[in-house]
Ligand binder design. Structure first.
Ligand SMILES: *Cc1c(COP(=O)(O)O)cnc(C)c1O
Length: 405
């Protein structure tokens, strides 16, 4: 436990531990307020948020334009279900499909639901359009993937913590090494409906594929009549200095899976975005969600898409990432063994001689910086895209202190 922990915080953590299921191992800080890139704990201590709720807070905490859109909608209309039309869903879907350069949007709530929806769409497309034998469709996935926590999705995770003891697992998924286009080419057969990939693997530790990989996947999928589904739930919406991580290679997938930042840091909002020839395979009644496409989420999502349409946040992420990269690389050999970075999204591998990722995260916490470890030795840095260069510099200074102590 951190030495910075005060009595009130300790009490709240104990209460939480007594009545909240232990499906997470949070850092010992109890946040009660936040603004922009700074969060404040119950005792008034401030911390720089370098995690941004796994990129759900790309625009920072309480962005005034997003909060205003939510407030205005709260007073008018929040939920209709899709049994009726509402006046916010159409404008949101129009704006999002334009941002993606696609025809249609299927709105859901969480990221895992978007992935599940993508899987259903791919299978239905496989049977109804490609002509795959009933119930034989397969989807190619990558080792090291993270696509969410539902039973189907954890069935094709190779992380034992996510996967083990939750079977029996849904069949129909074929694994290949991440970044290996030859392995994908070899794995495709007449039953392959789709290749499902993160264009950058976030939970795996911000793992970038080799250059040209996404272009090769695109080409293979086109040539072999297979859908390319890009899970951009964490990598998309400005994080990497482009609207989508696929844009780094000028690649357009058949299906975008979006979530996290789409909800503006206010509510869960996810979407599957594709052209009519793909998403059009879903007929009325075959898929849905009570809250999917609700007017409150749509109003927030519309504002988020409007903010992204100007390109201002993408440009900012690219410039800030270019600023951060040399500062992080300078730590290699000084407690850091590797740095992977794309836009304002970095995975920093900690030399085990300097402690685990968790230990470094706890020491950073006591210096007022919040980061999250992943897979033991890696810390992930993904601040709101609204952070200032001077704030990034200060955070790197704190990391330097932690690694020199
Ligand atoms: C977070 C995440 C998901 C799951 O999103 P939830 O909203 O937590 O269900 C799926 N794919 C990727 C790449 C993610 O980072």
């Amino acid at each position: 436990m951190s030495t910075t922990l005060d009595d009130l915080g300790a009490r709240l953590i104990a209460d939480e531990g007594a009545h909240v299921a232990h499906n997470y191992h949070p850092l010992p800080v109890v946040v009660s307020r936040a603004e922009g890139v700074w969060v404040t704990d119950v005792e008034g201590k401030r911390y720089l948020d370098l995690l941004s709720a796994y990129s759900a807070l790309n625009f920072g905490h309480g962005h005034p334009a997003i909060v205003a859109a939510a407030r205005e909608q709260l007073d008018r209309l929040t939920l209709t279900s899709r049994a009726y039309h509402n006046d916010r869903l159409g404008p949101f879907a129009t704006a999002l499909s334009q941002l993606c350069g696609k025809d249609l949007v299927l709105p859901m709530n969480t990221g895992a639901e978007a992935v599940e929806t993508g899987i259903k769409v791919a299978r239905a497309w496989g049977y109804r359009t490609k002509g795959i034998t009933p119930d034989a469709a397969t989807i190619i996935v990558a080792n090291g993937n993270f696509h969410g926590r539902t039973t189907t999705i954890v069935g094709f995770s190779d992380d034992p913590t996510a996967h083990d003891d939750f079977g029996p697992y849904a069949p129909g998924f074929v694994h290949v090494p991440y970044g290996d286009a030859d392995a994908i080419a070899a794995a495709i057969d007449e039953n392959t409906a789709a290749v499902l990939l993160e264009p950058i693997q976030g939970e795996a530790g911000v793992v970038l594929p080799p250059e040209g990989f996404l272009q090769r996947v695109r080409k293979l999928c086109t040539e072999r009549n297979v859908l390319f589904i890009a899970d951009e739930i964490q990598s998309g919406l400005g994080r990497v200095g482009e609207t989508f991580a696929c844009d780094r290679e000028g690649v357009v997938p058949d299906v975008y899976l979006l979530g996290k930042a789409l909800g503006g840091g206010i509510l869960p909002l996810s979407a599957v975005v594709a052209n009519e020839d793909v998403l059009g395979v879903i007929r009325p009644g075959e898929h849905g969600s009570t809250f999917g496409g609700n007017p409150l989420a749509a109003a927030v999502g519309l504002r988020v898409v409007e903010m992204l349409a100007s390109g201002e946040f993408q440009t900012r992420a690219k410039a800030l990432g270019a600023h951060l990269e040399p500062a992080l690389r300078a730590l290699i050999g000084h407690g850091v063994t590797g740095v992977r970075i794309a836009g304002l999204w970095a995975g920093v591998d900690i030399d085990p001689a300097y402690g685990t990722g968790r230990e470094v995260a706890e020491k950073l916490l006591s210096r007022g910086v919040l980061v999250k470890d992943t897979h033991g030795q890696t810390i992930r840095i993904a601040p709101p895209l609204t952070i200032r260069a001077t704030e990034l510099d200060w955070a790197v200074e704190q990391l330097k202190h932690v690694l020199s102590a």
